[in-house]
Design a protein around this ligand. Structure first.
Ligand code: K7E
Ligand code: RUQ
Ligand code: CUA
Ligand code: CA
Length: 636
């Protein structure tokens, strides 16, 4: 039997220099051992139909990407969990799933959505579903700072913040005055003061049930959420709708794609125009307008709302073809790329032209320096930091690698081939992401392509299929597919961070704000959480305070009365990394995680007289099964 309290047990520590050296060594040994693969260059037309054929493309098995047992990955990947509502952490290049972070969902293992502390974050009567698309880490001077990860909830118009030190959600904000937060990015420079959030769907204002048909009067808005307070600092009304967003590397501008410049409410209507637009937000001008009181409030919301529709000096509208989707700023900060979706082109914008654009010295289209034809269904573009771009082609089921500067030269009439390679992916890619690619530190090692369909790539598990997240080596001249990774609904996007940027705690700090409310409650009850095992009764509300040390709870038994509302508060006194306990009250819908030095609480009704067992449900000790106790509910 393994006793986790045994101090001689080996510990895995990301800060362990030996582990780092081990990983480095194994990489070095295998470098140069791989023959260049001939890429499938220029093969177009892998349509949805032909993608149904048995798959022939196999990953190149190149051991330099192997992360052996006990070895640590070089990168953290933060994956959106789509309409599962969660965020997942993967290790790269192994693509091993390391952790799940419940955000907009209920999670039985950790008690997210069940414990009082998580309910306080979710808010009263919070919906229990979510649709998370875009995880992005906070930055300082265009580099990841490890502090927070933000994610949108399209389903319930929310934005959540995850703390980088404990990897738990600590704030959730419902964005007022709009519906369906989709695109989300952070301000990169000078630091993440704002989280930018696009509301996708246009709606009537006021939305009081009296107007459905006057769609001219519909509008939507762009929101700036303060990264520290998580309050919405301001909103900007726009023309058209809002899809994805990104920010520049000066801190002056953010910009969002719009696929529905038509303002239509049906499919055909939103495809009518050959060009929709990119709307550019001038952050300083918006802040000044808010400061000068040039805003209104909508409904009961206190958020300042400014008008950025056409003609406003707060925004500019740059026409781009057609129903654009992704917008991606290149790591150098010189260019951003809008991905055409219904047009086979991507539009390259030169960001240093935006000053002149806002001073009306140039026309909106003058900020466009290339419109590059890549293939069918361009959705998102990633960068390697060496001047190359990688665009997903949804309809072609390919990733297209192209040279940005050459593309601009070609657009200016030079005879130069800007497409470097097309690699088949399986099948129908949406987002893609390179290692550190949305920061100044883009290192061009790996590209992850997130496919919406896996079809024949994995064993079948019924009508619902996994998606397929593929890992591609981009360190050489040719892209090489090295791994297929099945994922559950539905990673729209991910973000890849070098492990040096992430510093997590081994134990909770007893002053951690995530359970400060529970500490406060104990203080009022005269309970010292770290030592006391006590019951406090206040009318029919009973608070059961207990400690836990592997393998026992501080209380073997306690008594309450039928009809009591019972709150069990547990403080895990273990100081050893990885010794997490659980608490589950059988037949009461109550369970939770209590990690070392954490306090957690859960409330339930004691409505069934009798003896009810509780037990620890995170395996903690050789005597984990024995870590249990009894609650007696005396009949009323
Ligand atoms: Cu970023 Cu799927 Cu929400 Cu593109 S979205 S694919
Ligand atoms: S017991 S260590 Cu839950 Cu069957 Cu397994
Ligand atoms: Cu404590 Cu299992
Ligand atoms: Ca359109």
């Amino acid at each position: 039997m393994i006793d986790p309290n045994d101090k001689n047990l080996p510990k895995i520590d990301t800060e362990d220099p030996k582990a780092t050296e081990h990983v480095k060594l194994s990489r070095r040994l295998f470098l140069g051992g791989s023959a260049a693969l001939v890429g499938a260059v220029g093969t177009m037309g892998a349509t949805m139909g032909s993608a149904l054929l048995p798959s022939t493309a196999h990953a190149s098995s190149d051991s330099k990407h192997t992360v052996g047992p006990g070895e640590l990955d070089e990168y953290y990947g933060f994956w959106s969990g789509g309409h599962s509502g969660e965020v997942r952490i993967l290790g790269l290049p192994s693509m091993r799933e390391l952790m799940r972070i419940p955000v907009f969902n209920v999670d039985s293992a950790t008690g997210w959505g069940i414990t009082n502390e998580s309910k306080a974050v979710l808010g009263e009567n919070a919906p229990m579903n979510g649709d998370s698309h875009h995880p992005h880490m906070s930055m300082t001077d265009g580099q990841y700072d490890g502090k927070y990860i933000f994610i949108n909830d399209k389903a319930n118009t929310r934005v959540a913040r995850i703390r980088g030190d404990i990897m738990k959600t600590d704030k959730i904000t419902t964005v007022p005055n709009c519906q369906a937060i989709h695109g989300l990015r952070v301000q990169k420079v000078p630091h993440t003061k704002y989280v930018f959030a696009n509301a996708e769907f246009r709606m009537p204002h006021p939305n009081n049930g009296l107007n459905m048909d006057d769609i001219e009067g519909y509008y939507t808005m762009f929101s700036a959420i303060n990264a520290e307070t998580m309050e919405v600092d301001w909103q900007v009304i726009v023309d058209g709708n809002l899809d994805n967003t990104d920010a520049d590397y000066t801190g002056k501008y953010a910009f969002s794609t719009c696929y529905n410049a038509e303002g239509a409410v049906d499919l055909a209507g939103s495809m009518r125009l050959e060009r929709d637009h990119l709307v550019v937000f001038n952050i300083a001008r918006i802040e000044a307008a808010v400061k000068a009181g040039k805003f209104k409030n909508l409904g009961d919301s206190k958020v300042p709302v400014v008008d950025g529709r056409k003609g406003s000096d707060l925004t500019r509208y740059i026409p781009v073809p057609k129903n654009p989707h992704g917008i991606n700023t290149a790591p150098g900060g010189k260019y951003a790329v809008a991905n055409g979706k219904l047009s086979p082109t991507v539009t390259v914008l030169q960001l240093d032209k935006f000053d002149a654009l806002f001073e009306d010295k140039i026309k909106p289209r003058d900020a466009v320096v290339a419109e590059v034809e890549l293939g069918l269904g361009p959705l998102h573009t990633a960068f390697d930091g060496r001047g190359n771009a990688f665009t997903t082609l949804f309809i072609d089921s390919q990733v297209c690698k192209w040279d940005v500067e050459k593309a601009i030269r070609a657009y200016n009439g030079e005879k130069v081939d800007y497409i470097l390679q097309k690699l088949d992916v399986h099948y129908q890619p949406g987002h893609n992401h390179t290692t550190m690619g949305e920061t100044r530190d883009a290192d061009g090692k790996y590209l992850v392509s997130l496919q919406k369909f896996s079809k024949d790539r994995f064993l079948k598990c019924g009508p619902l299929h996994a998606e397929n997240d593929q890992l591609i080596d981009i360190s050489g001249d040719e892209m090489k597919l090295i791994h297929d990774g099945p994922t559950y609904a539905e990673p729209h996007d991910c973000m890849i961070v070098h492990r040096s940027k992430v510093k997590t705690r081994k134990l909770y700090d007893r002053k951690d704000p995530t359970f400060a409310m529970t500490v406060e409650m104990a203080k009022k009850d005269g309970v010292t959480l770290e030592t006391d095992n006590k019951i406090i009764r206040e009318g029919n509300k009973v608070r059961v305070y207990m400690t836990s040390v592997a393998p026992s709870f501080g209380m073997n038994e306690f008594k309450v009365k039928q009809g009591d509302e019972v709150t069990v508060v547990i403080t895990n006194l273990d100081q050893i990394e990885d010794v997490t306990h659980g608490f589950c009250m059988v037949n009461h819908g109550a369970q939770m995680e209590i990690s070392p030095q954490q306090t957690a609480s859960v409330t339930f009704m004691a409505d069934q007289p009798g003896v009810h067992w509780y037990y620890c449900n995170w395996f903690c000790h050789a005597l984990h099964m024995e870590m249990r106790g009894r609650m007696l509910v005396e009949p009323a």
